[in-house]
Design a protein around this ligand. Structure first.
Ligand SMILES: [Zn+2]
Length: 333
């Protein structure tokens, strides 16, 4: 008898024993119904003297990976995903929105897809747009937000700034963002190239224009508020910006869309993403910053990585690997 047969016999014996232990149920005793709903999705931890809460806007399905991930190494996508036990035919991103309480201000990093653009707000399907419900579940009200800190002006990052009627969702908030991104995504003359440009610009105009009198234009390597420093990381958009969050000597990079996939774009940083404004520059920025993150051993909070997006980047071969931080539920340490 070989090991395979032995294992099968073991499972069979276990199943028989389990079946013998099932007790008969009374006729009236119904099985518990499946809940068929999602739990609130928020995760809280301390970062130095700050309190961080990651809140989900829901998952964002991209569909066939080869439609979004292109360029160098794209011929290896199926194998790379299969090796990690991921669906090779469908890539799904998360939307991990960081809320940071510095003790003085409450900051919200990006807003999710929101509902401001009607049917277009559901262009990635019905799973997005959960930010406000999850924010409230985490005990945070939209009117408490002092500043929305945007990484860039794409739909899944700023379309939650206003509601369907164009009213500000965060009535007391300033909006910190890179000026080049505001210019680019509110300029009708950029409605050219890929089909999504038209709706991306319409959505950015509706959402950003509502906060025109509340903009804080971020500058590279300068603090937005004490402990939060803008790090210019262009390519995905012209003004794409990461934010370094430092308290009590610990630094975490809120990396925005520096990398959209924890396997494809870390193993192959020079692979390209079809929504990039400048894919080559985006890839160079990603390669440079991943090297820095791996060297400095800073923590990363990634918007699109598996929930809640907190971990570290390490050098692996000629690329990088993602090491997710365990989600303790009994500690804020
Ligand atoms: Zn994004």
């Amino acid at each position: 008898m070989n090991a395979g047969f032995a294992r099968r016999d073991l499972f069979a014996a276990g199943a028989a024993a389990a079946a013998a232990m099932i007790l008969p149920r009374a006729e009236a005793e119904a099985a518990a119904p499946m809940r068929n709903d999602l739990p609130p999705a928020w995760h809280r931890f301390k970062w130095g003297d700050f309190e961080a809460t990651v809140v989900s806007d829901g998952s964002l399905p991209l569909g066939k990976p080869q439609d979004s991930f292109v360029g160098p190494g794209a011929d290896r996508i199926t194998g790379m995903l299969t090796d990690e036990f991921l669906d090779p035919n469908a890539a799904t991103l998360e939307q991990n929105v960081l809320v940071l309480n510095t003790g003085r201000q409450l900051l919200l990093f990006d807003t999710g897809m929101g509902e401001s653009m009607g049917a277009d707000s559901k262009m990635f399907g019905p799973t997005t747009g959960r930010l406000l419900a999850n924010l409230r579940a985490a005990g945070i009200q939209p009117e408490q937000i002092d500043m929305v800190v945007a990484t860039h002006a794409h739909c899944d990052h700023v379309w939650g700034l206003v509601d369907a009627s164009g009213q500000r969702v965060f009535p007391n908030a300033q909006v910190a963002i890179n000026e080049a991104d505001v210019r680019f995504w509110t300029d009708d003359s950029n409605k050219r190239g890929p089909a999504f440009m038209n709706v991306f610009i319409e959505g950015a105009k509706k959402n950003l224009n509502a906060y025109r009198d509340r903009f804080v234009m971020v500058r590279n390597e300068q603090e937005v508020v004490p402990g939060v420093t803008a790090i210019f990381a262009p390519g995905h958009t012209v003004g794409h910006t990461c934010y370094a969050i430092t308290s009590a000597g610990r630094t975490m990079l809120n990396s925005g869309d520096l990398a959209h996939h924890q396997v494809l774009l870390l193993r192959r940083p020079l692979m390209e993403f079809s929504f990039d404004t400048d894919p080559k520059l985006s890839a160079q920025t990603r390669a440079r910053m991943l090297d820095r993150l791996a060297t400095d051993r800073h923590a990363v909070l990634s918007y699109h990585f598996p929930w809640p997006g907190l971990g570290h980047v390490r050098k692996e071969g000629d690329g990088y690997g993602w090491v997710a931080t365990p989600m303790n539920v009994t500690s804020l340490g």
